[in-house]
Design a protein around this ligand. Sequence first.
Ligand code: AMP
Length: 201
Amino acid sequence: MITIIFGPPGSGKGTQAAIISERFNLPHISTGQMLRDEVAADSELGREVAPIMKTGGLISDETMVRVIENRLGQPDAIPGVLLDGFPRTVPQASELDEMLERTGREIGVVLFFDVPEAELSKRIAHRAEVDHRADDTPEAFLHRMREYEAKTAPVVGYYEGRGTRLEYVNGNAPIEAVTESILTIFGPQQKVNQRAQGEVA
Ligand code: AMP
């Protein structure tokens, strides 16, 4: 089962995906992190994407579909994954649907993180001081927001049209409260499992 974590830059997708992935022992697939690793390794792909990422632009659908298809084909991804940062355009979403259909898998839920833009820019300014990400400058953040509105936000309408389960998460809340809302969406059984795992850990 695939869970998609979806939302604007700075909405807490990465933070929540890391928490949920650890609790449920699900691979956390962050396309942004995969690309940053390629940049750090100075691979051919890394050299191709670095200048685009730095300005806050989106990498081509063709490249991203190739990257994600490769990753979803790995054995650890077969039982289920958390997708963070993919899909980011309607063509990516429709390619993902085709890919999953071919391999007999499906999207369980799309979690849409809702956070007001003023809060996002505050968070990114804070992250810029802590993480030193190349794309957390004010200019790159603005570009990412505009890319999000123009190309990524329409993915919500795509999933509504497909009848894929879409759940809104109030991302403008403390980290623990957001995690709790996600666990509620996953359902009571999931919560029980998660508590049981917490007790043995
Ligand atoms: P993130 O860590 O998810 O904020 O992604 C950082 C950057 O990686 C984005 O601003 C894009 O330049 C690139 N990126 C990550 N995922 C995608 C994607 N699915 N499509 C296009 N570009 C992406």
